[in-house]
Design a protein around this ligand. Structure first.
Ligand code: NDP
Length: 335
């Protein structure tokens, strides 16, 4: 069983030598446990925060241990009557080829149906990132028909699900993404009404002008994934009583400060700004997954994936995600 451990913590930017590839035997199963062979490993921005030894909502990743992370795969051995060999499952198996799971722990392993939805999508659009988009849009932004919604990191795992959910609610939906290819894809494939390439803008004032064109009626809901200049620019276009779901600030994850020039606009525009962590709202997952599964099964949401091959490729693929090299949900294919 090949695994990637966190070997040492980043000083500034994360680098490949923070990780170490190791091999170990999988232990014999105890009663209640199952052995899962992972088909895909999910790489997610939150993992960067866990590499630091700082106080946050999630425990830091322990040194010398397998990196945590979402996985999908199949049961290859079972000592648990609820799981059979061949079941396809989603869990938190971590950066390794196999995991031994105590399947009696609530939520440790969930069977998934791959008849209409490919297994890998349970780590993306029909998994944690999709539910994240759903929670921020439905519960925090609470959109109304005809309003304008904006999201940053628009073509990623969260952003692509957001587009389908927002369009389904009759909203003008505008993305912000890095580069012409991502922006073209956002409009042609994901259904965004417009997408702005933030890399063409050197400061918030210039990005704000582009937003004015794309959002002639202002912005009612903003789903924040990036922070910094992008947040500043969107703040200048928020309508009174607008809502901002603060989901992520990836521009600041890898050691950069995130200054904000216009916080006073939160007052003057009477904005509602609310941060959230999707795993603290498990009660909405079934409803969200049902809608997301329906959108994927009917082809209304066609999520794109960036797939790295083999466990040894995980660190580089993860560092690439932090630099926007992924185009769609970043996965590692393990078989
Ligand atoms: P993505 O698939 O969107 O990948 C990350 C993207 O972020 C990159 O492709 C890149 O897109 C963009 N990015 C990276 N660095 C920068 C930068 N310096 N400035 C601007 N953009 C950058 O990831 P996810 O969809 O999985 O996650 C999106 C956001 O949602 C993240 O902030 C993540 O932390 C957050 N999140 C929060 C959760 C919660 O519970 N609060 C749960 C899940 C995710 P581009 O090339 O377009 O710049």
């Amino acid at each position: 069983n090949q695994q990637i451990h966190l070997d040492n913590r980043p000083v500034g930017e994360a680098v490949a030598s923070n990780f170490k590839l190791v091999s170990s035997e999988t232990p014999a199963l105890q009663d209640g446990q199952v052995l899962v062979r992972h088909h895909y490993l999910s790489l997610d921005p939150y993992m960067r925060g866990r590499m630091n030894d700082a106080k946050s909502y999630a425990q830091p990743q322990a040194l010398g241990q397998t990196m945590g992370g979402g996985t999908v795969g199949e049961v290859v051995e079972s000592k648990n009557p609820k799981f059979e060999v061949g079941n396809t499952v989603v869990g938190m198996g971590g950066w390794q080829e196999y995991s031994v799971v105590d399947a009696n722990q609530p939520g440790a392993l969930r069977k998934v149906d791959t008849t209409h939805i490919p297994l890998s999508h349970y780590l993306g659009a029909v998994g944690m990132p999709g539910v994240t988009a759903w929670y921020g849009l439905v519960k925090i932004i609470a959109p109304q028909v005809g309003q304008t919604m904006v999201i940053s990191a628009a073509t990623g795992a969260v952003g692509s699900a957001f587009a389908a959910l927002s369009k389904a609610r009759g909203c003008r939906t505008v993305g912000i993404a890095g580069g012409p290819d991502k922006c073209k894809y956002a409009v042609d494939e994901l259904g965004f009404d417009a997408c702005i390439d933030y890399k063409l803008h050197k400061d918030a004032a210039s990005l704000s002008k582009a937003l004015k064109e794309a959002c002639p009626n202002g912005v009612d809901g903003y789903f924040e994934n990036v922070g910094g200049m992008v947040l500043d620019a969107v703040l200048t276009r928020m309508n009174a009583f607008g809502r901002i779901a603060v989901c992520g600030m990836i521009a600041g994850y890898d050691g950069l400060p995130l200054p904000l020039a216009y916080p006073a606009l939160i007052l003057t525009q009477r904005l509602k700004v609310e941060g959230f962590i999707v795993s603290e709202h498990m009660e909405i997952w079934p409803e969200a997954l049902k809608e997301l599964g329906g959108l994927v099964a009917t082809g209304k949401l066609k999520p794109r994936e960036s797939i790295a091959q083999g466990i040894a490729a995980a660190p580089e693929a993860f560092l690439g995600l932090l630099k926007g090299k992924n185009f769609g949900k970043q996965l590692v294919k393990l078989i």
